[in-house]
Every structure is written in C-alpha cells, then in structure tokens.
Design a protein around this ligand. Structure first.
Ligand code: ATP
Ligand code: MG
Length: 316
C-alpha cells in the first residue's frame, strides 16, 4: 500500500525533519511483463536538525537522490514516515515560505533554456508571493547578490552563463522562498575545482549566517569533510553509519565506511557485486569482517556514544 506519510510534527519539536523507518519500493519491470518491487530505501531513520549540514555519502545506486527527494515529498513512501516541523511562530518568516528546496547536479538542465535566468528565479516569487513587479525586481537583485552574482545576470539566458554562475543562480532560485532546508544533490560535482570551492564556501556561509540546513549528497569525502557537521553513509538503501563527520571519518565503525576511508588513502576497495537483500546485511558478501549471521540476520542500529550509530554485528 502506498501512502504519502509527509505530515506536520507538533509545534516545538526540535528536528526540522524526522524520518522514521522509511521504506520506499519502486515497481520495476516491463509494462506488459511481471513487475517486481525494488526496495530503494530500507528502514531509514534520520533526523535533520535546524541549521545543520548533513553529508549523504554512498555509492551510485545506494538511494541518496531518492532519499533527498523523499524528504521533499517527491516520492511517496511505501511505509514509515517523514515529518517536517512547523516553523516556529516567533520566527520572522513569511507564512507561505516553502521550507524545503532542492538543487541538482546539472545547473544547465535545471533551467528552462527559453527563459532568462531572472525569470526562472522570479517564478516561485510570482507563484507564491503576491509581490508587485517592482518588489520582484528588487528581490531578484537581492537574491543574486546573496549568491555573489550582480543584478545584470537576471537578463541572461542559461547558455550565456558558466557552470559555476548557473549553479549560483540555482541556489538563488532555491533561496527565493526562504527555505529552512536545501537538499543539494551532487551540486558541485560537475564544476571545476576552483569553482567548486567557491560554491562550497557559499553554501557554508548561507548555512552559518542564515541557519539554512543542508542535506548535501556527494561521492566526495573531501567535500563531506569540509562542509558537513554530520555524515550519513548509505549502502543499498540503508544508512549503515551516522555520526559527527570527524568521528565517522577518523574512526569508522562500519566495515563499509572503513572501506571508503581506505579507498581514499589509496587502498583499493574490494570490487565485488553488491547485493540488495531483504534478509541479513546488504554488505555481507563484500565484507571482510562478515560473520555467519550477517548473511541471515539484519543488523539493528547500534548506538556508539551519544551521536554516532552504525548497523553492524562485527564493527571495526
Ligand atoms: N523512478 C524510479 N523508478 C524505478 N527505480 C528507480 C527510480 N529512481 C531510482 N530508481 C532506482 O533506485 C536506486 C537508487 O537510485 P538513486 O538515484 O536514489 O541512487 P543514488 O544513490 O542517488 O545514485 P547516484 O550516486 O548514481 O546518483 C537505483 O537502483 C535506481 O535505479
Ligand atoms: Mg543520485
């Protein structure tokens, strides 16, 4: 049974988003043939707190984008819940602010090529806020300024801008309705190294000065370390380790996280076919530390200190 479980939390609850036992299955298969369920999110529980940056790490196909989209309500869950805290009454915010926004990897394809960048950024303002034309022009200049672009960029078309400039514009568009969280999906991976650093600094300053929370999806451990307060490591639909970024990176407990960290130091990861299994640990057939029961029993979440947790029977 599919149901969209996104709904409001009681006022005063502290996390911005509370995800509990989120399961998401896609029906796959030929239109005329047998369909099967592909479990892409598997018992995900995660809080995203106000104003923090969480890096979501994990290899291709592990479900990072799907989880990001599910947070925004773009994918209905098969079971479990995703709850978004209501804005605090005292905060000086507009009533109709859209709290959750997403920024994608490829800024060129995320803008309509037939519109100027200014009209794309202004679109949410026109749709959701009853502003005069004058106020929209003013707000547009302010948004562009916040991401380090001068107001003249409003008149350019997407193909007239560099990748870095366009990604700044995409962030300006995400900021238009004063979100409390931006999910950034590989938002710097297509950019040159120097431009990448600028965008990362921009994200960090938006986070620090405006308390906007980010879920930053990346393959890049260096990016995660630079940017994030906490890191969640995904492996085929499950969060296998979650904790403060330095702790997880310096002392990983899950063998998959340890493998990622070793790969970074130049030791190649074990290349073996990954398995999505309903039973046991998904990583078991690739894991150098696997015990017999790892193939049969799903590891529950083990807490390690106050804020570090992992799913493993035989942690590092
Ligand atoms: N709409 C969909 N219908 C069916 N399967 C899907 C759909 N979207 C994603 N998937 C599958 O779900 C799994 C997770 O995909 P997802 O895009 O979330 O991975 P990811 O971690 O973001 O990978 P990448 O690092 O390559 O972006 C993949 O096996 C993918 O093929
Ligand atoms: Mg992805």
């Amino acid at each position: 049974m599919l149901h969209n479980a996104i709904n409001a939390m009681p006022v005063g609850a502290s996390p911005l988003i509370r995800i509990r036992d989120a399961v998401l299955e896609f029906k796959i298969g030929k239109a005329w043939g047998a369909k099967r369920d592909l479990r892409v999110l598997d018992e995900i529980s995660l809080d995203v707190n106000e104003g923090e940056i969480i890096a979501l790490l994990g290899e291709s196909g592990s479900g990072k984008t799907t989880l990001g989209k599910a947070m925004l309500g773009l994918h209905p869950l098969t079971s479990g819940s995703i709850k978004v805290a209501p804005p605090k009454a005292a905060a000086p915010r507009r009533q109709d602010a859209h709290d959750l926004q997403m920024v994608f990897q490829d800024p060129l394809s995320s803008f309509n090529p037939r519109f100027t960048v200014g009209s794309s950024i202004a679109l949410p303002l026109r749709l959701h806020l009853k502003l005069s034309e004058e106020a929209i022009v003013e707000r547009l200049a302010e948004l562009l300024g916040r991401v380090g672009l001068n107001a003249g960029f409003a008149h350019r078309y997407p193909h007239e801008m560099s990748g870095g400039q366009l990604q700044r514009a995409a962030i300006a568009r995400a900021l238009a309705l004063s979100p409390r969280l931006i999910v950034a999906d590989e938002a710097v991976s297509k950019l040159d190294v120097s431009v990448r650093a600028q965008i990362l600094n921009l994200i960090k300053s938006l986070n620090r000065s405006e308390k906007i929370a980010f879920v930053f999806i990346t393959h890049d451990l260096g990016v995660a370390q630079f940017l994030a307060d906490r890191v969640a490591v995904m492996y085929f639909g499950r969060i296998v380790e979650l904790g403060p970024v330095d702790q997880v990176m310096d002392s990983p407990r899950h063998p998959y996280t340890a493998m990622l960290m070793n790969a970074r130091k130049g030791q190649a990861p074990v290349a073996e076919e990954a398995k999505r299994s309903a039973k046991g640990c998904n990583f078991a057939n690739r894991c150098p530390r696997a015990l017999g029961k790892c193939h049969d029993v799903r590891p529950e979440v083990t807490a390690f200190g106050d804020d570090h947790e992992f799913r493993c029977f035989n942690p590092v």
